[in-house]
Design a protein around this ligand. Structure first.
Ligand SMILES: Cc1cc2nc3c(=O)[nH]c(=O)nc-3n(C[C@H](O)[C@H](O)[C@H](O)COP(=O)(O)OP(=O)(O)OC[C@H]3O[C@@H](n4cnc5c(N)ncnc54)[C@H](O)[C@@H]3O)c2cc1C
Length: 413
């Protein structure tokens, strides 16, 4: 059966990474597609705004070049990517210590020396973990018993002290939880992707990524300002009462709206994160490096304008600092004090530019964590998004790809 005139084969609801990837692959299967996005732009959780001449991402995030879905879909050169310094600067009670990625060919170990950040046992464990995760086939890392990241790190031979000094502060910014309770399987895959790729930001902000994905779609596929209110027997209904039929509907809306549109859909808990954006008259650190804190007063902080100069207007600097949970009363004040200590500078002349809280930032991924779930939820109804795979750019894109494969296979029957 083919689509009736004017009726698309597939309606994709939501223009985040998952919806965009799904729409692109459906078009590749020769199907007619309409993507309905509620807001005024594509990208969902991955958007950037112009805020008084600063580029403000909707929550601090980094772009990893090694994700297979990223390499498959994007011409990286067009994103004008700017790298972070490989490794992180760890703020400890004993002052700043540098964790350098030894696999980058750097001859320096930074503070990865006995008596500093790591002991000999930790260095050996780090070499073994990194060698295995970087070189083993991904399929091998996906198999086997799953356990928490904390258990996986202990099993890999790391001392409790090194875990507390390096892994726990660093990974809390990756998984948006600070108990190391995320699946060890997911940790190994993320560690692999970090070793194999470059952490960076696009020259025009993180929102350039979904914009590039949308540019790859034929004209007319993406419809902005089109909130979907309900799924009907043969398609969807919009907020203004219009009904749009289609042979299949893919819900790619993110968790909250997906639960409303598909009652009974099982969803994981989601992690909340808040990013504080400060403008400063001079840079507090002349390096594009991510800073973590062993006292865990924040997840991470960095001078974004050192990564991409254009994130701040000339003569200004932009600092992003993220914390778990919602913005609390008085939090910005004590955070500013912590940042003064960490950067070793005065922060009283910094302006708080804006605060971005993302309530549904990342799905919780406790073990045992399935890395991919079917998109089919009922005849003609499908769902995709990071909650069907892993909470990451790779997971969202891969879930969209899986939904497209399942829709195409079903419609071909
Ligand atoms: C602060 C933060 C930091 C992150 N850091 C990283 C990182 O460093 N690395 C990494 O890999 N990943 C990171 N992530 C995760 C990554 O950004 C997400 O996993 C991914 O963007 C999710 O994409 P999605 O398409 O599943 O959902 P979403 O981005 O939520 O897209 C859903 C879309 O559906 C639309 N929509 C909702 N309801 C309706 C409706 N009724 N009708 C029509 N449209 C609707 C929304 O407007 C939205 O555009 C981070 C996320 C956040 C928030």
């Amino acid at each position: 059966m083919t689509a009736k005139r004017g009726v698309p084969d597939v309606l994709v609801v939501g223009g985040g990474l998952a919806g965009l990837a799904c729409a692109r692959d459906l078009v590749g299967h020769g199907l007619t597609v309409r993507l309905l996005e509620a807001s005024d732009g594509v990208g969902g959780r991955m958007r950037s705004d112009d805020h008084e001449g600063f580029v403000v991402d909707r929550g601090f995030q980094v772009f990893n070049t090694s994700y297979p879905q990223v390499r498959r879909r994007l011409a990286l050169r067009e994103l004008r990517l700017r790298p972070f310094t490989p490794g992180v600067l760890v703020h400890t009670e004993d002052g700043p210590m540098r964790f350098e990625d030894p696999t980058r060919g750097s001859r320096r170990l930074g503070d990865l020396r006995p008596g500093r950040l790591a002991g000999t046992r930790d260095l050996l464990a780090l070499a073994a973990l990194s060698g295995r995760d970087m070189l083993a086939p991904a399929g091998w890392l996906k198999r086997g018993e799953d356990r928490t990241t904390r258990t996986a790190l202990a099993a890999a031979g790391f001392s409790e002290e090194f875990v507390e000094r390096f892994f726990r502060p660093f990974l809390s910014g990756v998984f948006l939880e600070d108990q190391l309770e995320t699946s060890g399987r997911v940790f190994h895959l993320v560690w692999r992707s970090m070793l194999r790729g470059t952490l960076c930001l696009p020259g025009a902000g993180i929102g350039a990524v979904p914009r590039k994905l949308a540019e790859a779609l034929p004209p007319g596929v993406v419809n902005l300002g089109s909130p979907v209110a309900e799924l009907t027997d043969d398609g969807i209904g919009t907020d203004d009462g219009d009904e749009h039929p289609a042979r299949a509907v893919v819900v790619a809306t993110g968790p909250g709206p997906a639960a409303r549109l598909l009652p009974g859909l099982g969803l994981p808990d989601y992690r909340v994160v808040t990013t504080y954006y400060h403008a400063a008259p001079r840079t507090p650190l002349a390096e594009p490096v991510l800073v973590t804190d062993t006292r865990r007063r924040f997840l991470n902080t960095c001078v974004l304008s050192e990564v991409v100069r254009g994130y701040a207007p000339p003569g200004m600097s932009l600092i992003a600092t993220s914390v778990l949970g919602h913005d609390q009363e008085g939090q910005e004040g004590w955070l500013r004090d912590a940042l003064a200590e960490v950067y070793g500078t005065v922060t009283t002349d910094w302006d708080l530019l804006t605060v971005r809280t993302v309530p549904d930032a990342l799905p919780a991924m406790p073990p045992p964590q399935p890395l991919s779930r079917t998109a089919r939820v009922a005849p003609g109804r499908y769902v995709c998004g990071d909650h069907r795979a892993t909470g990451s750019v790779q997971g969202a894109l891969a879930s969209g790809a899986r939904a497209a494969r399942e829709v195409a296979a079903d419609l071909a029957r």
